[in-house]
Write a protein that binds this ligand. Structure first.
Ligand code: F6R
Length: 597
């Protein structure tokens, strides 16, 4: 999603810092980019559609002390050079993340005052509004305060005006923005990753903050406190390259054994102590898990784990629905939000809704410096390291691992019997090695070569296998652009089976022994209609006339089986996308951190 970088510092560094910062944000997904800087009392704006390399071709490394840069993920108006940021109006030049919801109304008002608009964006309207407010107040802080009062929606802005050379302003509401500093430089960024190679001294801006940056001077106008609070950035989450892999996604798939090991190792060493460190869940009679996309899918697995092994009812909700619906919770409800980035707008809004109603909240989150991590009552870090590929793999697996630990803690609270947990932990301990071996032995390349040209691929499973199929289907469609659907195996014949044609690939996951026979009869139904049937299983299936190909996953304790089951699907999606020549790490139209609703 959109990214912001701002810099005020040394002449010769400005342009390259803007470009390097934008490159560090590339993984978030974007469709155009631009920079603006002040040079000899003039403003230069350079924009380009497509990848940053296109922008770099247009940019000259001129000397200037002040600049702003932006990567745009189109929301209002198509991806084109005109609509890309920075935008200008009158004396104002700015970049923006977020959405100005009342821009049409403001645009009409500004048009009556004589403003003309060149773009289809809400951002240009914000620039005009601030310019108009500056004209009447003659004071930039007053103009920004007026904008804060009138602009509805979400925003992080980096702004400068023609009248104040070498001065950078920023303002934020519901979109992340951080400051950074060194002795002689000041930075602005929507994500600390953009500036982490230049500074580790970071200040997270609070909601509603307005900031003025001048040479070695930061003036912060906040609702509560006016002093910036500087923290040292934890560099754990910084990108350390592809490490020899062709894509980040592949690297991240292969990092999964280490991710699980990092989470469970302390529990293996001192289970008593580590389980004590987890929040005390005993007072909760109900759990609500709220998330988006793959994180929502981990919630479905978490529900199965907690309900099956700890008998506590769990509701799983899509955050964009939850935030606007009537929710039934009380003091005995725990709301768990799940998010890799910790910045997903809908998940954050859901967390805030629960916090506002004084309901206990727990965040399973990877970026521990994120807004969600800062605002949840309890947090459990995923410890997955930075995830760069847009399609999540290792963060998803870390979330499943944490849900397993939460389930074990709930069991422990119910029986106070560590003896019951120890054998489960020893099965847990074997998972990293099992995943390593599975990755070594998988023959997904061969299967991918047989099915990659198809336009539709279906996934079937029941119960927990269905929850994994939903993630498998999302992985495939997001990176290969093949239409795909996951179906609860028994549901297919209620309509969707009409889409099964001769050779339509159908991947079925059969590991839940309690309903294995039922799933197999559903597979037979699609096979009878000509499907090319691929069965993923940890079972020895006796009679195999219903499958054309097999993928075997190793067995483990049923509680942890889902953690193994997703692995072949991740790799298969990768191999298929590779054969189709897709941009695997940056799939079209997608963003890594979805900061708008
Ligand atoms: C899919 C994917 C997305 C995210 C979703 C939530 O591979 O990555 O579906 O899971 O956008 O993002 P986070 O976890 O950052 O809240």
């Amino acid at each position: 999603m959109c990214g912001i970088v701002g810099y005020l510092g040394k002449q010769e560094k400005t342009i390259s810092i803007l470009i390097t910062g934008l490159k560090a944000l590339e993984y978030r997904g974007y469709d155009s980019a631009g920079i603006a800087y002040q040079k000899n009392n003039k403003i230069k704006v350079i924009k380009s559609v497509g990848r940053l390399e296109q922008l770099e071709k247009k940019v000259k490394l001129e000397n200037t002390v002040l600049g702003i840069g932006h990567t745009r993920w189109a929301t209002h108006g198509k991806a084109c050079t005109t609509n890309s940021h920075p935008h200008q109006s009158g004396n104002i030049t700015l970049v923006h993340n977020g959405i100005i919801e009342n821009y049409i109304e403001l645009k009409q008002m500004l048009e009556k005052k004589g403003y003309q608009f060149q773009t289809e964006t809400d951002t240009e309207v914000a620039a005009a509004f601030i310019d108009d407010a500056l004209k009447s107040s003659k004071n930039m802080i007053k103009a920004l305060k007026k904008a804060k009062e009138k602009l509805k929606g979400s925003y992080a802005f980096a702004i400068f005006n023609d009248l104040e050379p070498d001065t950078l302003y920023a303002m934020k509401k519901e979109s992340p923005l951080v400051l950074g500093k060194t002795e002689e430089e000041l930075f602005l960024a929507s994500d600390p990753m953009a500036i982490s190679s230049y500074t580790k001294e970071i200040c997270y801006l609070n909601e509603g903050s307005i900031v003025k940056l001048e040479k070695n001077k930061v003036t912060l106008i906040e609702e509560k406190d006016t002093r910036p609070i500087w923290k040292t950035l934890n560099i754990e989450n910084c990108n350390n390259g592809k490490n020899g892999y062709a894509h980040y996604m592949l690297k991240e798939i292969y990092e999964q054994p280490d991710v699980i090991y990092n989470i469970i190792n302390p529990f293996l060493k001192d289970p008593e102590m580590e389980f004590k460190k987890l929040p005390n869940f005993s007072k909760y009679k109900k759990i609500q898990i709220v998330a988006c996309g793959s994180a929502y899918h981990t919630g479905l697995v978490g529900k199965w784990m907690i309900e099956t092994y700890a008998s506590i009812p769990v509701e799983v909700e899509i955050a964009s629905e939850y935030r606007y619906k009537k929710v039934f919770y009380d003091k005995k409800t725990l709301v768990i939000v799940v998010s890799q980035s910790g910045e997903t707008a809908d998940t954050l809004a859901s967390l805030r809704k629960a916090n506002k109603d004084h309901i206990d909240t727990l965040a399973l989150v990877n970026v521990i410096t994120s807004t969600i991590a800062r605002e949840a009552k309890y947090i459990l870090p995923l410890k997955a390291g930075s995830e760069i590929a847009v399609a999540t793999t290792k963060a998803y697996l870390a979330q499943l691992t944490l849900f397993s630990l939460i389930t074990l803690k709930l069991k422990l609270e119910q029986s106070s019997n560590m003896e019951e947990i120890i054998p489960l932990l020893s099965a847990f301990q074997k998972l990293p090695l099992k995943i390593k071996k599975l990755l070594e032995n998988l023959k997904t390349k061969d299967i991918a070569s047989k099915i990659y040209k198809h336009n539709d691929i279906f996934f079937l499973g029941r119960s927990i296998d269905y929850a994994i199929c939903m993630e498998a289907s999302l992985k495939l469609k997001e990176i290969s652009y093949i239409h795909s659907e996951a179906y609860a195996a028994g549901e297919l014949k209620h309509g969707t089976i009409s889409l099964i044609e001769e050779k339509t690939p159908v991947l079925s996951l059969v590991t839940d022994t309690s309903i294995q026979e039922k799933t197999i009869s559903n597979i037979k139904e699609v096979k009878a209609r000509g499907a090319y049937s691929i069965v993923v299983t940890n079972q020895k299936l006796e009679e195999c006339d219903y499958c054309d190909d097999f993928i075997i996953v190793p067995s483990t304790e049923p509680l942890f089986q889902p953690i193994l089951n997703i692995i072949p699907f991740q790799l298969l999606a990768y191999e298929i996308a590779l054969l189709r020549g897709c941009d695997i790490d940056k799939p079209k139209n997608l963003a890594k951190s979805v900061t708008v609703e």
